[in-house]
Design a protein around this ligand. Structure first.
Ligand code: DGL
Length: 253
């Protein structure tokens, strides 16, 4: 394993780009290999065993490419597969994103916290453990928002249709939440609509920055940080159309 090897970043689709953005901000000199599995998205409505299988297959395809770390930029894949991956590849630095519940509970002790995440994330053991460990005396409300991941995968994050979908599921919580955790990496792409809906009364928190910091910490600890020149390879099982959308979301030329 070399310092100049890739940091592989994996998601069910384009959502993980919201984490990649934070990684590039914090560690601009690293080489990134991003894989989005849009041909199989969404993962979040599938049986957990399928999500595990898809995630393992994606990781197996990434490993021979020369990677020094794997960032699972998908809360759903983390919930389904991170434990298995850590057992299978103990030598690899593996960081999996999880909903930023700890951050929300620390900032708003005893507060009302909404968590937007996929069905898989919200039902899995990992999330239940997170809840019992960190929610303290906060009231936590689970908000799956069906159809939102699909809208974002179809390039419609910033449309009136998506805003209407968000209003339909979230309007009744306006003025009632101290924090809303964006527990799916697709959701930071609808932050502008969420800000309009909640009108600044609710803090919108996501785990992207924390994941980037944890990746830096783990690479530093392993002596694997790289001092450039930075590089980004974008790949997507959904083909050229999804790569165009990826570049658009990253605001690349
Ligand atoms: N982006 C993924 C997450 O963070 C899930 C999207 C999907 O359902 O595929 O949970």
């Amino acid at each position: 394993m070399n310092n100049s090897d890739y940091i592989a970043v994996l998601d069910s689709g384009v959502g993980g780009l919201s984490v990649l953005r934070q990684l590039q901000r914090l560690l601009p000199k690293e080489r990134y290999l991003f894989f989005g599995d849009s041909a199989n998205a969404p993962y979040g409505t599938r049986p957990t065993a399928q999500v595990l299988e898809l995630t393992l297959a994606a990781v197996e395809a990434l490993l021979p490419r020369g990677i020094k770390a794997l960032v699972i930029a998908c809360n759903t894949a983390t919930a389904a597969a991170v434990d298995t991956l850590r057992q299978r590849y103990p030598e690899l630095v593996i960081v999996g994103i999880e909903p930023a519940l700890k951050l929300a509970a620390e900032r708003y002790p005893g507060g009302q916290i909404g968590i937007m995440a996929t069905e898989v994330t919200l039902r899995e053991r990992k999330f239940l453990a997170l809840l019992s460990r960190f929610s303290g005396d906060c009231q936590v409300i689970k908000l799956p928002v069906p159809g939102l991941v699909e809208q974002i995968e179809h390039g419609k994050a910033n449309t009136p249709e998506t805003e209407a979908l968000l209003r339909y599921y979230l309007q009744s919580y306006v003025g009632k939440l101290d924090a809303l955790v964006l527990g799916c990496t697709h959701f930071p792409f609808v932050r502008p609509a969420l800000e309009r809906i909640f009108g600044g009364q609710t803090a919108l928190l996501d785990g992207g920055e924390g994941t980037a910091r944890e990746t830096r910490r783990r690479l530093r600890e392993a002596g694997l940080l790289y001092a450039g020149p930075g590089e980004l390879v974008l790949e997507n099982s959904g083909g050229e159309e999804m790569l165009c959308l990826s570049r658009r979301l990253l605001e690349l030329p």
